[in-house]
Design a protein around this ligand. Structure first.
Ligand code: NOJ
Ligand code: MG
Length: 541
């Protein structure tokens, strides 16, 4: 038998990780902006829910052009979130409850307001010049055809020295030059600073875009080539990036039980092999890497099964998958309509999927109450992407609205005016109401998390699809040498009949429609619409 799985250095394999968008989680001081003390106030809730770690989207000093993904001081907390003392309290209060803390580290770029960039732009021989990517352009032209992922050219002209600087994202986020050894060692010391305060890992922002082609060659792939999954793009996945990740890992490994999870940008989303290449088992790269393909899947059993199968197959032996349904960059319901219906039936199917797959689940705040994608009036939009592309694309605010806690003012998020409107599609949809309502998705999440934690088979077992009835039904096994669990998900709004090859003999662990502990012995099952059922199979011994 294994020791308590969440205690060891591999804690992240058995953990459920909860992503908090700090501005929108809980506001303790009434300024309308969530903060660290607000998070401390909700730690008991997170303990009750059953999460093992929280990942905080960026909390460092920032002009907040891109909500903290534009850092102006890596060693300070943004004042709206609190200060270093508040942070230490958060770490200590979380650890008391056995909840680990993961910080978001943005290594690819800084804010344009970072003192390094302010220096770097002064002159070509400034000591910080080489910390960023500066190039001359041929007369009246940009240095090359590299694009920003957020629209337009990746090059912005800076008058002071008449050169261009490169930015993968907004022009307010100049890219750093990771070939500079001084810069590298500075960031290693940033990591140590936070690790010394006792944190448990980092989420590495856009980590695969860190290094660009040294010869600044034009990007070749046509849109078609990119859509076909050709990822030999010159501004990402460069061989040196892997080398740098090894070095980041070495720093992490100076400490015990530190986890690195990387955001790997792929076009189209879900280039499983590429994501998995950052996890290899022969050398120590990342512990986990996000694969966003579930988020983009159509509402179809077959589709989910094929995505999951490919993802599982691409993970090297000894490496570990992780799974995610939503985050702060994407619509809460992108690619599928699972949150568009007024009932939470589909969201429960997704919850069951997420929490019974092999791999570390990441839950985005509010997912546990099936918070919907918000509609934000144009004048209230904060995300510069939304401002830039409205109405074709309304930006990312729709999945960043305040957490809904109870029936009081602003649904308990803040006593002041929230920075983004609270989205109240349905007055029942808040934590307090759902805690008191037997059939709520929140209680379902709570039970699923508890079940997962209690089952070595769900935590560590292999995954194997067994029945796929077209768009409608997906059933799969999780199994170890000792145990076998069958998960059945009905994606359809109708009853479905499933025939099993061998007689099913087991006991219900959790179900949306059946009683836990009920025995089930059959070769034929009639599934209720949107039923999710998890069955422990009786084995002979
Ligand atoms: C990915 C982050 O998730 C996103 O929010 C941000 O805008 C970009 N990286 C740039 O940091
Ligand atoms: Mg506040």
């Amino acid at each position: 038998m294994m020791s308590n799985p969440t205690e060891g250095e591999d804690w992240w394999k058995s953990a459920v990780i909860y992503q908090i968008y700090p501005a929108s989680f809980n506001d303790s001081d009434g300024d309308g902006f969530g903060d660290l003390r607000g998070i401390v106030q909700k730690l008991d809730y997170l303990t009750w829910l059953g999460v093992d770690a929280i990942w905080l989207s960026p909390i460092f000093q920032s002009p907040m052009f891109d909500m903290g993904y534009d850092v102006s001081d890596y060693l300070a907390i943004h004042p709206s979130f609190g200060n270093l003392e508040d942070f230490k309290e958060l770490v200590s209060e979380a650890h008391k409850r056995k909840i680990r803390i993961i910080l978001d580290l943005v290594l690819n770029h800084t804010s344009i307001e970072h003192p390094w960039f302010q220096e770097s732009r002064l002159s070509e021989n400034n000591p910080k010049r080489d910390w960023y990517i500066w190039r001359n352009g041929p007369t009246l032209r940009k240095p090359n055809n590299w694009k920003s992922l957020y629209g337009g050219s990746g090059w912005t002209y800076d008058k002071a020295t008449r050169q261009y600087y490169f930015h993968t994202f907004f022009r307010q986020q100049p890219d750093l030059n990771w070939r500079n050894p001084e810069l590298r060692s500075y960031f290693f010391s940033v990591m140590r600073f936070w690790l010394d305060l006792g944190i448990d890992g980092f989420r590495l922002d856009a980590i695969n875009v860190l290094v660009k082609d040294p010869e600044f060659r034009d990007a070749q792939p046509s849109l078609l080539a990119q859509l076909l999954g050709k990822e030999n793009y010159v501004t990402r996945n460069q061989p040196e990036t892997y080398q740098i990740i090894l070095e980041l890992r070495e720093v992490a490994d100076e400490y015990k039980g530190i986890m690195l999870v990387g955001e790997i940008y792929t076009l189209p989303p879900g280039n499983h092999r590429l994501v998995a290449s950052y996890l290899t088992n022969t050398v120590n790269l990342l512990h986990l890497a996000f694969n966003f393909s579930l988020i983009f899947s159509r509402w179809s059993a077959k589709r989910f099964s094929s995505i999951i199968g490919k993802w599982m197959d691409s993970i090297p032996v000894e490496a570990w998958p992780c799974n995610v349904l939503s985050n702060h960059d994407l619509n809460r319901s992108i690619g599928s309509d699972w949150l568009k219906s007024s009932s939470d039936d589909k969201a429960k199917v997704m919850a069951t999927l997420l929490l019974t797959l092999k791999g570390t689940p990441f839950i985005y705040y509010g997912e546990e109450i099936a918070m919907r994608n918000a509609w934000i009036p144009k004048r209230k939009i904060k995300d510069p992407l939304g401002k830039r592309f409205w109405p074709i694309y309304q930006g990312r605010d729709c999945s960043r609205t305040p957490m809904r806690w109870n029936n009081s003012k602003n649904e308990g998020f803040s006593t002041g005016e929230p920075w983004l409107p609270v989205y109240s599609d349905n007055t029942e949809r808040n934590v307090l109401n759902q805690m008191n309502y037997n059939n709520s998705i929140l209680l379902f999440y709570h039970k699923l998390l508890a079940l997962r934690k209690s089952s070595l088979c769900l935590l560590y077992g292999e995954w194997n699809a067994c029945i796929i009835d077209g768009k409608n039904v997906l059933a799969y096994y999780r199994y170890t040498l000792e145990e076998k669990i069958l998960i059945i998900l009905n994606f359809s709004n109708r009853q479905r009949h499933i025939h099993l090859k061998d007689e099913l003999d087991g006991c219900i662990l959790i179900s949306t429609h059946r009683r836990a502990d009920e025995q089930i012995k059959a070769t034929f099952i009639v599934l209720f619409p949107y039923e999710s059922t998890v069955i422990l199979i009786r084995t002979n011994d």
